[in-house]
Design a binder for this molecule. Structure first.
Ligand code: SOE
Length: 389
């Protein structure tokens, strides 16, 4: 039996369940130098955290997340809570000498993200990573490889959309994701952050300046009487929605490409439609999460009579991550992205290498979100501020 990586997780709802499935399966799928042990999970409600521990596979449970930090038999804290708690938990974990995996977006404000990135950079012997899971879709990893190999030439256009519809009903309750003091922002931080990270990851270029608008279509909603994941029931009292329902922006990338981004929870019929298209001087690439086992490639190097978009089925054993799974042609799903995430994290910890995206990388995404908010407020182009040294 290999040495263990003993994990304590905070939060157990949608992301907690996704991370739990990753910790549960990672050593069954991949040969790794460390074996993940699901030591304990923390959550606010004693009944619910006990039920979650039993269902998700955690050995112990507690209502006090600080007790996880105090334990000597926990090596890594996995933060799956809303954004308003990320900073406090991450700083406490790093100060106690624990590795940290933190859900995205890293924090609710640039100041918080800055503090977290500084703490991670100063931590000795432990690493911190932010959970932008879509980087770990094999087709996305392949997209990056093809861009890096120069297969689409000089990049001109990036076109990114992340569309959902789970709050289009005006009577859908005011869950935490619609409250600025808990979530930081709305569609912008929750799903816009994913396409910011993903496009910067695949292109190797950073967003330098943005021109944005945001909209809140439904300004008041029933207060929730109960909620779980993205489902909720409402009460008869109403409260103000304090975040954006949709965020759209133009961007200039530092390598010369131009880009458009759209993040919305009001795209009726679109459930989790993340799509990125890249157009370069020699070709184009398209990834669509609703067809996550495929990558569409227009290879301009082919003779004209053979040109056209072709579909690469990203299920070959030599595609990123795929040798761990099924024979060619047998696809994978959403949950595998989290398994790949913790696989890469375990590998990095075991080899003493900084895992990516680091907190510094996630701070840069936060700086982009901040520029989008400033631009939407001022109706001006805004530059992405540099991180403080
Ligand atoms: C809700 O919009 C959500 O669960 C996001 O928070 C996740 O990051 C995304 O993967 C799916 O949608």
């Amino acid at each position: 039996m290999s040495e263990q990586l003993r994990v304590g997780m905070v939060g157990y709802a949608f992301m907690g369940a996704a991370h739990s499935q990753a910790w549960r399966t990672v050593n069954h799928a991949f040969d790794l130098p460390l074996s993940a042990r699901m030591t304990a999970v923390a959550g606010r409600s004693s009944g619910a955290v006990a039920a979650a521990a039993a269902k998700l596979g955690w050995a112990e449970h507690t209502t006090d997340w600080r007790s996880l930090i105090d334990r000597d038999d926990i090596d890594l804290i996995d933060i799956c809570t809303p954004g308003d708690t990320h900073r406090e938990i991450a700083l406490a974990a790093l100060a106690a000498g624990k590795h940290v995996l933190c859900e995205k977006p890293l924090a609710n404000t640039v100041a918080e993200a800055q503090e977290m990135a500084a703490a991670a950079a100063n931590a000795r012997g432990v690493f911190a990573m932010c959970g932008f899971n879509y980087r770990r879709v094999p087709a996305v990893a392949l997209m990056r490889e093809l861009v890096t190999a120069g297969r689409i030439g000089k990049l001109h256009h990036v076109r990114a959309t992340y569309l959902q519809d789970w709050i289009v009903d005006p009577e859908f309750p005011l869950v935490w994701r619609l409250q600025k003091d808990v979530a930081g922002s709305g569609a912008l931080g929750d799903i816009g952050a994913h396409i910011v990270d993903l496009t910067q990851f695949v292109t190797g270029q950073s967003i330098a300046a943005v021109s944005a608008l945001t909209e809140t279509f439904v300004k008041s909603r029933p207060l929730p009487s109960a909620s779980a994941g993205l489902s909720a029931s409402g009460s008869s009292s109403y409260g103000e929605v304090t975040v954006d329902d949709a965020a759209l922006f133009l961007a200039r990338l530092d390598g010369g490409a131009v880009a458009t981004y759209e993040a919305t929870r009001f795209a009726t019929g679109r459930k989790n439609a993340l799509r990125v298209e890249l157009n370069g001087s020699l070709g184009s690439l398209v990834f669509d999460f609703e067809r996550m086992n495929e990558l569409s490639f227009y290879d301009g190097a082919l003779p004209p009579e053979e040109q056209g978009f072709s579909t690469i089925l990203v299920t070959e054993p030599n595609h990123p991550y795929m040798s761990a799974w099924w024979p060619a042609g047998h696809g994978i799903g959403y949950e595998h992205t989290f398994t790949h995430e913790v696989r890469d994290l375990i590998e990095a910890i075991a080899t003493g290498t900084q895992p990516t995206p680091s907190f510094a990388d996630a701070l840069q995404v936060q700086l982009v979100l901040d520029a989008v908010s400033r631009s939407a407020e001022s109706s001006q182009w805004c530059e992405v501020k540099p991180a403080l040294e």
